[in-house]
Design a protein around this ligand. Structure first.
Ligand code: ZN
Length: 309
């Protein structure tokens, strides 16, 4: 082979590599992911008094992801992300959705920007007062604040964790103390699971083996669907592009499942202007800001004055 042939061969190989691993964000033409909202509503149903009144939002940490790792083929500015916790407030109880990592684990995250110790401590107090604690999935930025909590023994009985989450390969990054989950009673369910009035879990593996969506119905009738980490930011919808394969591989994601879920979100929420259910991604600061302005998310967590806590 002469030099030119070698060069051409190298260029072609490099182009294929770039396309397959970095640039290709094509998602399916039609999605095979579906949800039965009639069934979900049936499960969530309760008398008005029993439903949650509102959702509080607390930012524990922030970060910035390289654009090309979030939206395939996007070489624009980095995407700001946040690591929030959500407090679902009922008349007589609270539930916490998402429990981001502590400062120790956050410092291992390569794209971190800021960490609020005050917010983390507020979340820890709210966890002690909560009746249920529910992560969308088993990753450290959704569960690490339990694994790392000084009060882990008090929190575990309230933790709603599925068998798939408990046994998934990525829960290890949350660094639960050794043997702390040995006797933990995980739940397992087929497709839908009612935790409490107005609060239903939906099995949606892809981003992780135990990834799930969380459907909420509030007293005022507003319905919200937490879509966890199917999307980190809604820019994938605007650009109609999935994450690059290299990002899927790094996180042990099932590219096929998550691409169908992204396309489903696009059809169901982004291009369907009649959709009244609000889709909430865990990490998108712009979306959370918009929901705060609309009064859908509220600032800070509420604590009761119970001296026991
Ligand atoms: Zn996450």
């Amino acid at each position: 082979m002469n030099t030119i042939t070698i060069l051409i061969f190298a260029l072609v190989t490099l182009s294929i590599f770039l396309y397959v691993f970095i640039l290709n964000g094509t998602w399916p033409k039609s999605s095979n992911f579906t949800l039965d909202f009639n069934k979900i509503r049936e499960l969530a149903d309760a008398s008005k008094d029993e439903l949650p009144t509102h959702i509080n939002h607390l930012i524990i940490a922030t970060g910035e992801l390289p654009s090309w790792g979030v939206v395939a083929g996007d070489f624009g500015n980095n995407y700001p992300i946040e690591f929030p916790s959500f407090q679902l407030v009922y008349q007589d109880k609270t539930a916490i959705i998402e429990v981001p990592f502590n400062n120790k684990l956050f410092n291992k995250f390569p794209y971190g920007k800021s960490f609020s110790q005050d917010a983390y401590e507020m979340m820890q107090k709210a966890l002690l007062q909560a009746e249920f604690i529910i992560p969308t999935h088993e990753h450290w930025d959704h569960l690490g604040g339990i694994a790392q909590s000084d009060n882990i023994q008090k929190l575990l009985p309230k933790l709603v964790l599925t068998e798939k989450q408990k046994n998934g390969p990525t829960i290890k990054d949350a660094e639960f103390p050794e043997h702390s989950l040995d006797r933990f009673q995980a739940i397992s369910y087929e497709k839908y699971y009612r935790v409490a009035p107005g609060l239903v879990l939906i099995d949606a593996p892809g981003h992780s083996e135990g990834h799930q969506l969380i459907f909420i119905k509030l007293q005022n009738g507003q319905e919200i669907l937490f879509t966890g980490d199917i999307l980190w930011v809604t820019s994938n919808l605007k650009k109609q592009k999935a994450r690059p394969l290299i990002a899927n591989m790094k996180r042990h994601e099932n590219r096929k499942l998550i691409s169908h879920q992204m396309k489903w979100i696009y059809d169901e929420f982004y291009s369907n202007k009649d959709q009244k259910i609000l889709m909430l991604t865990t990490h998108d600061p712009d979306q959370h800001m918009e929901y705060k302005e609309k009064g859908i998310l509220h600032s800070e967590f509420q604590l009761t004055n119970d001296s026991q806590h």
